[in-house]
Design a protein around this ligand. Sequence first.
Ligand code: HEC
Ligand code: HEC
Length: 299
Amino acid sequence: MDFTSLNRIAVAIALTAGAGLLCWEAGSFLVPDTAPLHPAVTIPHPESKPSTAPVKQETPPADLAQEGAKIASMQCAMCHTFTADSPDTVGPSLWGVGARHIASKNGYSYSDALTAHKGERWTKDTLSAWLTNPAEFAPGTRMMFPGVSDENTRARIIAWLLTLDATTPDSTKAPQTEKTHDVSPPPPAGNAEHGAALGQQQCAMCHSFDPDGPAIVGPPLHDIFGRQIAAFTGYTYSDAIKGVKGSWTPDQLDAWLKDPGQVAPGTKMMFPGVSSQSDRDDIIAWLKTLAAQTPKAQP
Ligand code: HEC
Ligand code: HEC
């Protein structure tokens, strides 16, 4: 992939993030946290024909969750946060949602509609019913969201939601083994072009790689190679990563990409890790090429 198209993608992501922020602002304005909301307008829900096609089962759970993360960053992030200790915004933080009872997060004031379900837990089934049509699951809910009618899309979002907690049973977590990479034989080590493709798939929903790119879910990474750890001034890092000293050397990047939670226990980077050594080598080779470019010297 050349850097022009890379930049185009990064700009598109940045614009999406910007639009998300705008929606959030608008949402906070339209949906004040305090007043119980009676929707003046009912958002029309596209008549969901429950798809008769069975949910595809072949995709490994790690990939499902990764796709779900991407979808959630577009459809849910304007109203919800997903990381440990992140604040409630329009909706409650969804960190650990798979381990809690419905409408049970301390400090968030739920509608009576959702509170009526308090005796139930958030499982695959209740999440699926909720996300299909929140207003049908809990008539009068404050979640002004038309629903996700596509079963496969819901399955991906739910797979992602269920990874958002250290206490979730292992079966719902991304496997830490080489298994997910069995399908394609690893390319030669340090292939920056393959690294760029991996970066777009696995990192770009949370990071900008553009020169002077913005913080999205995580800090921008254009000049990350060799940068001091947790040093981008416009980003609020977790205390966990702020406690890690030094700079991003190849070894440090390798350890981080293998398992961020190992390098900085409690980090906000909710990422299962890149288990394949050669994939990590490729990503690092790519990050190095980014740092080598002078901003604005792009074609
Ligand atoms: C326009 C804002 C908005 C959007 C977009 C939105 N939500 Fe919500 N969400 C809310 C609000 C507000 C609540 C609280 C509902 C209530 O109290 O009735 C909520 C509640 C929830 C809950 C219940 C949490 C709990 O603690 O019981 C889940 C789960 C949830 N949302 C998931 C999602 C997912 C997944 C998406 C994206 C597919 C999404 N939401 C999109 C505003 C939103
Ligand atoms: C789900 C969102 C998400 C994904 C996906 C993700 N990251 Fe992150 N990343 C973050 C967050 C959030 C932080 C800040 C961590 C903290 O403050 O604890 C971060 C921090 C980092 C840092 C440290 C930055 C610094 O300034 O010190 C690096 C390096 C990094 N990520 C690389 C990557 C790479 C490479 C990928 C893809 C293989 C990736 N991340 C995927 C969210 C993500």
